[in-house]
Design a protein around this ligand. Structure first.
Ligand code: AMP
Length: 291
């Protein structure tokens, strides 16, 4: 497995893969891998001849009061895990390599970013869209892989790729969870044992809404209330938002009619966690790639 610290190095790798007529899958990450990241890498390996994983904690997508400096990092551990998963190359650039002095161009995706995490984290999706646009331009993959754990992010990236005619297919992969239902996240290491136990309430609350919707409940306010009530049973957990919005445009809705995203963000102590599920009144399992 090749490790590239510069744009020139990864471009040379990509050139050689292309010369042999092979396809490339890109998995953008901020590192500190868990099973969620590995599932994206496996999908990339299955769908493409060569899998490239980028590891870059992107300062542009963190607010001034957020955890950019504390964000967990362990390149040696990540390197081993990627190698064991069959990744062909890691792109691991420095901040200076990605944002040299004078960098001043940003990608702004409208609409979709004006709700949910876009409200609580101003500038976050601008930072995400900008870095992903750069990574797509650097690696020029056939397919790029994103987790549904960050559903709004996946929708924003898909919109950017369509709006800017980027020649890449965006593939989304379902949320990977711990055995007790907590969505895997690099930030879960911030939780102390009591907070970790309290965090189970997130998945429980999503399941309550899933069951109610499956049982015929269509009223969005009532579904949201049921989720909030369940979360409120855990005093350590503070709700930032609980919202149900239409897919794929994230418009507000009052009744479930087509596929909708139930998304939530909470704080547990100093840790901010997000989770989501798709509610589909038609009942069938939604293929994420058709969202
Ligand atoms: P991150 O390193 O947290 O920026 O995540 C990199 C990619 O992995 C993003 O596309 C995330 O949506 C995805 N990802 C993170 N956690 C999970 C998870 N639990 N299940 C599936 N994908 C995930």
């Amino acid at each position: 497995m090749l490790i590239c610290r510069t744009i020139n190095e990864i471009r040379e790798f990509v050139r050689q893969v292309r010369e042999r007529g092979r396809t490339i899958g890109l998995v953008p990450t901020m590192g500190y891998f868990h099973e969620g990241h590995l599932s994206l890498m496996r999908e990339a390996k299955k769908a493409c001849a060569a899998a490239v994983v980028s590891i870059f904690v992107n300062p542009l997508q963190f607010g001034p009061q957020e955890d950019f400096h504390q964000y967990p990092r362990d390149f040696e551990r990540d390197r081993k895990m990627a190698e064991e998963t069959g990744v062909d190359a890691i792109f691991y650039p420095s901040v200076e390599e990605m944002y040299p002095a004078g960098f001043s161009t940003h990608v702004e995706v409208g609409g979709l970013t004006e709700c949910l995490c876009g409200l609580s984290r101003p500038g976050h999706f601008r930072g995400v869209a900008t870095v992903v646009a750069k990574l797509l331009n650097i690696v020029l993959p056939d397919k790029a892989f994103f987790g549904w754990k960050d559903a709004q992010q996946a929708l924003v990236i898909r919109r950017m790729v369509r709006d800017l005619n980027m020649p890449v297919e965006i593939v989304t992969v379902p949320v990977v969870r711990e055995p007790d239902g907590l969505a895997m996240s690099s930030r879960n290491v911030y939780l102390d044992p009591r907070e970790r136990t309290a965090a189970r309430v997130l998945f429980r609350s999503l399941q309550i809404a899933e069951r109610a919707a499956a049982g015929g409940e269509r009223d969005v306010a009532r579904l949201q209330k049921a989720v909030r009530q369940e979360i409120a049973s855990e005093p350590l957990v503070q709700i930032e938002y609980v919202e149900i919005r239409a897919l794929p445009g994230l418009e507000p809705i009052s009744r479930l009619q087509g596929p909708a995203l139930l998304a939530l963000a909470v704080r547990i102590g100093k840790t901010r966690l997000i989770d989501n599920t798709v509610l589909n009144p038609e009942g069938d399992q939604l293929a994420f790639d058709h969202v």
